[in-house]
Design a protein around this ligand. Structure first.
Ligand SMILES: Cc1ncc(COP(=O)(O)O)c(C=O)c1O
Length: 421
């Protein structure tokens, strides 16, 4: 195993090492959740306090005009810089699940695409559920979930053959939640477009982790959460991206007052907003939206390319250590080996993964507590968030995985899984 001193030098040389100081940390604890919930940016504490104490407490209803109504637009502005698109093509609010439902419903109803929903076995369960639900609501809507016989990477040729044979509306996660497989977004967008199809990209595990350029990649529709690599906090609102040229043929299935052209005219008839705001529903959740801003500011300040460079370096180091130190102990890599096909977490499998995760989280007298996450049946996900993950964190996880298995200390932990992992 590489000496800890050598690893500490990598941290000293890291151009992002100061960014760690912008986040809240606890002593003796390493956070490698992969990545279900990003860490708390320290500035959010005073921001939320100000929103609660002053804006809500003192300014009350006046805060809508003073600060809250334009908050979603401020966020769109910042995200548009990150994703290279125009601010009016990005909308904040709701959860990823609700946004996915709304946009798929609108695309189906537009009649612009063949009546066929496609996803694959690597996609996140909520995406599957939403697609399956829509097939119950729309008659004559076919549904295909493409299988690859394994869950590490998509077989792009096979996926293309399905699209070629049965074109339609495709929903994929740009970085998959289990293995971190990263799809060739531009190649697939072009392929789908040439077959009269469209891809709706779920960017939940990609945004803030890998560079994404909507313009260059010819992306038409995308959405994603803001609580993972964007560090927006638990339940922070999702974003939706729709290319302007597509918008006019899409109607929001939920005709709420915030999607009205002039919500504060309070007219009884619904007239949809001309722009993407037509996909708004009701009152935005101000408290959680407020927290998103600091997260995106930090990503913009660090630069997504610098973040990606560090993420690749850290992932390669972890994979190397996995091969050398951990594979003799029944651990196996469940993420793509090729860095250009991988997002920013590493999945490793072990027959006793659940108990090993509990042992990692507990820590012991030799090691800090380490928080990864577990995905059934046997995957330990190790999230790399270059803004705050240091090289030393990864050294410790390898050290401790080895120690836990060699000493069999995982046997002390219950085999029964708890709810949030
Ligand atoms: C890829 C992906 N899509 C969708 C979701 C669900 O998002 P939400 O709970 O915000 O609807 C998740 C949650 O982790 C996810 O990982």
């Amino acid at each position: 195993m590489i000496e800890l001193e050598a690893i500490r030098l990598l941290d000293l040389e890291d151009p992002l090492n100061q960014f760690r100081n912008y986040f809240f940390h606890q002593d003796n604890e390493i956070y490698l959740d992969g990545n279900s919930l990003g860490k708390l940016p320290i500035k959010v504490i005073s921001q939320i306090e100000n929103t609660v104490k002053n804006e809500w407490g003192k300014q009350l209803i006046r805060s809508w005009n003073e600060n809250w109504l334009n908050l979603p637009e401020r966020l769109s502005n910042k995200y548009s810089k990150l994703l290279n698109t125009s601010p009016d093509e990005i909308l904040f609010g709701e959860s990823t699940t609700v946004r996915l439902y709304q946009i798929l419903y609108a695309l189906i109803q537009s009649g612009k695409y063949p009546n066929h929903l496609i996803t694959d076995c690597l996609n996140f369960p909520t995406d599957h559920y939403v697609l399956q639900g829509l097939t119950k609501q729309f008659k004559n809507l076919a549904f295909t979930s493409v299988e690859y016989g394994q869950e590490i990477q998509a077989d792009i040729d096979h996926l293309k053959k399905v699209i070629q044979k049965t074109p339609g509306i495709i929903c994929l996660s740009l970085v998959t939640y289990k293995s971190a497989f990263l799809y060739p977004i531009m190649e697939l967008n072009e392929f789908a477009d040439q077959r009269g199809s469209i891809i709706v990209w779920d960017l939940s595990h990609a945004v803030g982790a890998v560079p994404i350029d909507f313009e260059k990649s010819k992306t038409k529709v995308a959405l994603g959460c803001t609580y993972k690599y964007m560090n927006g906090g638990p339940g922070s609102p999702a974003f939706l991206y729709v290319k302007n040229t597509l918008l006019q043929s899409l109607d929001n299935p939920i005709q709420g007052w915030f999607g009205h052209q002039n919500p504060f005219d309070f007219t009884p008839e619904y007239t949809a907003a001309q722009d993407l705001k037509r996909f708004n529903n009701g009152t935005p959740s101000v408290l959680s939206m407020q927290a998103v801003e600091t997260g995106v500011d930090l990503i913009l300040k660090a630069g997504i390319n610098t973040i990606r460079t560090k993420s690749v370096k850290q992932s390669e180091m972890l994979i190397e250590a996995l091969k050398n130190e951990l594979s003799p102990l029944e651990f196996s890599l469940q993420s793509p080996e090729n860095k250009s096909e991988r997002g920013s977490h590493i999945a490793i499998a072990h027959p006793h993964a659940w108990q090993i995760c509990q042992a990692l989280i507990s820590g012991d007298d030799k090691s800090p507590k380490i928080i990864p996450d577990f995905r059934p049946p046997s995957i330990i996900r190790i999230g790399i968030t270059p803004l705050y993950t240091c090289f030393e964190d990864l050294w410790w996880v390898v050290y401790q995985l080895k120690n836990i298995v060699e000493s069999k200390s995982y046997l002390k932990f219950d085999k029964k899984k708890s709810q949030v992992t």
